[in-house]
Design a protein around this ligand. Sequence first.
Ligand code: ADP
Ligand code: GLC
Length: 485
Amino acid sequence: MTRILFPVSEAYPLMKTGGLGDVAGALPPALKALGADVRILMPAYRDSLKRAGKTRKRISFHVPEHDATVTLRETKLPGTEVRVWLLDFPPAFDRSGNPYHDEHGRPWRDNAYRFALLSRVAATVALGGAGMKWRADLVHCHDWQTALVPALLAQEPARPATVFTIHNLAYQGVFPRFTFDSLRLPESLWSPEALEYHGDMSFIKGGIAFADLVTTVSPRYATEIQTPAFGHGLDGLLRHRADRLIGILNGIDETSWDPKTDPLIRHHYDSHSFARKKGNKASLQKEMGLPQEPEIPLIGMISRLAEQKGIDLVLDALPQLRDQSWQLVILGSGEPDYEASLRRLARTSGDRVAVRIGYDESLAHQIEAGADLFLMPSRFEPCGLNQMYSLRFGTVPVVHRVGGLADTVVDTEDATITAGTATGFVFDGATPTALVSAVSRAILYYEQKKVWRKIALTGMKQSFSWRTSAEQYMHHYRTLSKGQR
Ligand code: ADP
Ligand code: GLC
C-alpha cells in the first residue's frame, strides 16, 4: 500500500477558503478508495479544532529551528475514513477566521513562520521522525504554504518521493531575505536555482524546483504557465522543469453537488425533471429580493473577490448590457475595494442586481440551483470548480477561454449544437466587450427554449468524478515511489 502524506493549508470541511479546500477534502478520500494509505497534515486552526470534534493526541515533539514544541492531534476527515493530523501550536494557529489574513485582509505577519513550521513538521513526519512509527513513500504538497517540503526533503539522502501541485501560481509566498535567515533554512537553499527570487525568498520555488513531479490542476494551465503571460515571473523555471510538469484536471464532489439530493436546495431535480429547476429560481429571486420573473434569464456568480476573477470586467460590462433583459445575483467576499464596488452596484442597479457579501455555503448551492447562467470571466483559472458545479446543475456557464475553464466548457456554435457537445459560452480575451458579446449570445440562446434545454442537459451529463483524477495521481505516485524519479 502506498503511504502518502498530504500536507496542506486547508481541507474541507475542517477549513475552506476556496477550491484548494475542496480539493484537499475530496482527493484524499478518492485516493483511499483506490487503496492508498493517505494522511492529511494541516494546521489546527481554532475553527478546525471545533469542527473536528473529538481529537486524540498522537505525539508532541520539539522543532528546534522554530523553537516550538508542537502536538499532532489525530482525527478523521468528517464523513470519511481518512486520517488527519492537526498540527497544534497555538501561537501560530489558534486564531479564528481566515487562515491567511486578518479581518482587514492583511496577511498575518507571521505567515512565513507559520507555514515554514507546517512544512518542517511535514518533512519530519514523512521521514518517520518524531517517533511517529509511520513513514511516507511519497509526499504530495500543495501551493506555497507547503512548498518548502520538497526543498527540505531534497537535503536528505533517503527520502520519500515528492509531488507538488500548483493550484494557483499567483500566490507565491515571497518574503525578504531576513525571513529566510529567521527560518534557519540550510544556506544551500539560498541560490537562484533554489529559493532565491530576485533577492527575496520564494516559498513556491521550493516546490517547483525540487519536487520529483510538479502538477497543476488542468492540462491547459500546465501549458499556459510556461508562457510569460501566465507565468507570474516563474515561466522560465517552469519551462526548465517542463519534462516534470503535467496537468491533472480536478474532479468535483458529485455527492455534495448533486441537484437530485442536495439538502441545501428546495426543489430537487435531475436531467429527467429539469423543469423543476424553476422552483429554485423563484426561491432564489425571493431570497435575494429580485422580482420573481420566471422568463428573465437569471445570471449567477460566486467568487473570491480578487483580480484573478474578473470582477472589474463584470462591472465594466454591465452598462453595455443595460438594454437587455437579465437579472444578476453575486455572492462573494475578498478584497475590500471589490466588496465596496459591488455594494454600490447593487444600490444603483434598481431591482435587477442583488449582491451578498460574505461566505455562504448554503447560498452558493442555491445560486447553482436557481440561476440559468453562471458567470466566470476569470483572467486566469488554474482549474475552477464552480463552472463544473454549474454544468452539473444545468446552469449554463459563460467563461473566459483559459485554464480549466477552457478544458471543461464547450462553446455553443452551430457545429457543437449539431454534434450535441455544446455546454456553455466561451469567450476570448479578458475584455468587457468580449464578455458583453458572450452574455448577449447566451441570452439569445436562452430565448430558444429547446436548444437551451439541450445545452443545459448536455452539461448535466458530463462526468467530473474524483475517481478519474485520483487514478491519474495514483499512476504517477506508483511510478515515483518505485524510485523512477
Ligand atoms: P478559487 O479556489 O480560485 O477560489 P474555485 O472555483 O476552484 O476557485 O473554488 C472556489 C470554491 O469556493 C467553490 O467551491 C465556491 O463555491 C466557493 N466559494 C467561493 N466564494 C464563495 C462564497 N463567497 N461563498 C461560498 N462559497 C464560495
Ligand atoms: C485555486 C485556483 C482554482 C482551482 C483551485 C483548486 O484556488 O484558483 O482555479 O480550482 O485552486 O485546485
